[in-house]
Design a binder for this molecule. Structure first.
Ligand SMILES: Nc1ncnc2c1ncn2[C@@H]1O[C@H](COP(=O)(O)OP(=O)(O)OP(=O)(O)O)[C@@H](O)[C@H]1O
Length: 584
């Protein structure tokens, strides 16, 4: 069984040990200085003042004034280091998730909502990093301080030390109860944040539809509800923190100081303690409780951040399917033969969207795929691209199972122009160069010419350098399609897959584009999915796909003669008149 990856916080700290050592050194000096301060007080009260030792008194005063000043410098320096490490940890965690994201298959991706994934990369990583640098690392100084104070108080007076520590078991007991409450509330908070991330990502994408149906008020209400839910949950944690951090610790502080004065005075009366020692105790003991409070808080914060760590781990443990198999095969010269052997596939476990599909496409063939909507046409193209894996059967490219082909080779030899192509919010030129950074100006010009983009670019304010907006929002549907085609052509693929590539183009532009494509792609395998039958009329062969099966296969003429599904589709689109004119 595959080993699950678990985020190891101490490993992260270890990875940054060089920077952290400096921070730790600063902590050590600062802790030592803090421990000396009460000791100086004791020296002043028990020795320098009663015995009029002026020189010692001056040293003590310099110490009492100097130490806090040095500490301020040290802690500022430390927080600088801390924020550096924090930024580095956030970046490392995010990079790991981004790398993971690139290895996820479409099958895995569709299980997640967009906002969920981006929430994990952006927020989950920063929550974890802040816990490490804010709580975990500062706990080192608190542990150091705690050990130091233990040592100092026991050295000063054993009996009074035991009395000072009498409240510790109660604190430990209470922290166990708090832990459970905080853990429960944190899980709910984590869920609530996730829902909000998902909602906002969807709202931003769908804001045009919201406006179109005038549903703004509903969405504002929904956003407010989600925010209110988060605020209420946060309040639970804040109440706990307030209770622990302020009220209970303050009560402990006061009680312990009261107990100290009472027992301390009693011990002074009996000559078992000096006044200076008691003063030193009254400084040490609150410090001891504040260190302990920080350590208990760390324990509770760990429970608060645990659901976020689990979300991180969950993503890191998703199956990696968009990667090469061991001993993947390199494609040398791709001829363009594609074979589906009894391929079955379903997006959901309990459903089959392709059933026992078999066909062979020969090198250089122009294949059209038609059929009713939802029949499985795009699914065939996605399977060739290896975005999904067949449930049964095999797909071969030049007689090699595509599962075994190196992804880099597959994706450079096969280009897909999908129905809804994704475009970057960059210039037209940058979108083209994205897929072929080394291409020449001449190659760009050629792909623009084939895709019928010349006129469109001429009209743009900055020509090729025009920024096209998020997902190409500043372009029309037809302009987006042509840019996606030009981009795919620049890859110079051996096999070109086009899914409804010209659905948004006018008849004249479509026909010109087709002419160019036929010229450039003569001898290469081209598969075109189209609803408009005119688009694929000239194809060498046409596959009619319906209900996840190949219903008919043949040339336009052969299929018309069969008078089957294709004939019916053609009749619907062209009308009886056209049919009569055709040669059947
Ligand atoms: N990501 C997905 N998750 C679940 N079901 C899906 C997914 N994508 C497609 N389907 C389903 O698979 C079936 C085939 O979809 P496909 O997109 O291949 O059809 P199509 O023939 O290309 O349709 P169209 O002509 O409308 O583009 C449809 O019933 C569709 O609802």
């Amino acid at each position: 069984m595959e080993q699950k990856v678990k985020l190891n916080l101490f490993r992260i700290i270890w990875d940054h040990k060089n920077v952290l050592m400096i921070g730790l050194l600063i902590m050590l000096i600062s802790t030592a200085l803090n421990l000396i301060n009460p000791w100086i007080m004791k020296l002043m009260i028990d020795d320098a003042i009663p015995k009029a030792k002026v020189e010692l008194l001056v040293y003590c005063i310099v110490g009492v004034v100097g130490i806090p000043v040095i500490n301020v410098f040290l802690s500022s320096y430390q927080s600088l280091y801390q924020s550096d490490v924090n930024a580095k940890i956030i970046a490392d965690l995010r990079n790991q998730l981004v790398v993971k994201l690139t290895k996820l298959s479409q099958k895995t991706m569709v299980q997640f909502r967009q906002g969920d994934i981006s929430g994990r990369i952006i927020r989950t990583c920063s929550e974890i990093a802040f816990f490490i640098t804010g709580s975990l690392m500062s706990s080192f100084s608190n542990i150091l301080r705690l050990v130091g104070i233990f040592f100092m108080i026991f050295y000063l007076n054993f009996q009074l030390s035991i009395i000072s520590l009498m409240l510790v078991p109660i604190i430990l007991y209470l922290s166990r109860i708090w832990k459970k409450k905080i853990r429960e509330a944190s899980e709910k908070i984590c869920d609530s944040r996730k829902r909000y991330d998902e909602y906002i990502a969807e709202l931003v994408t769908g804001i045009k539809t919201v406006q179109m149906f005038h549903k703004e008020e509903d969405e504002i209400k929904q956003a407010k509800n989600l925010n209110a839910e988060y605020r209420d949950l946060r309040r639970v944690i804040q109440r706990q923190q307030m209770l622990i951090g302020n009220i209970i610790w303050s009560i402990y502080d006061s009680i312990s100081i009261g107990v100290l004065y009472a027992f301390g005075a009693w011990m002074i009366f009996r000559g078992q303690l000096t006044t200076g020692e008691l003063i030193a105790f009254t400084i040490y003991v609150p410090q001891l409780y504040s260190s302990m409070s920080a350590i208990v808080n760390l324990y509770l914060r760990k429970n608060e951040v645990k659901p976020e760590i689990e979300r991180y781990d969950e993503m890191m443990n998703l199956p990696e399917e968009n990667i090469d198999q061991d001993h993947a095969v390199s494609l040398q010269e791709v001829k363009g033969k594609i074979e589906f052997k009894q391929v079955s596939f379903g997006y959901q476990e309990d459903h089959e969207n392709l059933k026992q599909v078999s066909f062979t496409i020969h090198p250089g063939e122009f294949i059209g795929i038609v059929g009713p909507t939802g029949g499985g046409k795009s699914t065939i193209l996605d399977l060739i691209m290896r975005f999904y894996h067949p449930r049964e059967g095999e797909i071969l490219l030049d007689d090699v199972p595509i599962q075994q082909v190196k992804l880099e080779d597959l994706r450079s030899e096969v280009s897909l122009v999908s129905q809804d192509p994704f475009l970057w919010n960059r210039s037209i030129k940058e979108n083209l160069l994205y897929v072929a950074p080394m291409c020449t100006e001449q190659e760009i010009d050629e792909s623009i010419q084939i895709a019928q983009m010349e006129n469109m670019i001429r009209k743009m304010p900055d020509g090729l350098d025009t920024i096209i907006g998020d997902r190409g929002v500043r372009l029309s549907g037809g302009e987006k399609q042509r840019l996606a085609i030009a981009r795919a052509l620049l890859r110079k693929p051996s096999i070109l897959l086009l899914d409804e590539p010209t659905s948004a183009l006018d008849a004249k532009t479509e026909s010109l584009l087709q002419k160019y494509l036929e010229k450039v792609y003569k001898g290469k395998t081209v598969i075109v999915v189209a609803h408009r039958l005119a688009t694929i009329r000239q194809a060498d062969r046409i596959l009619v796909v319906a209900d996840g099966m190949i219903q008919e296969m043949g040339s336009h003429q052969e299929l018309l003669e069969q008078r089957g599904m294709y004939y019916e589709l053609y009749k619907e689109q062209m009308g009886a008149l056209e049919l009569e004119k055709s040669s059947i």
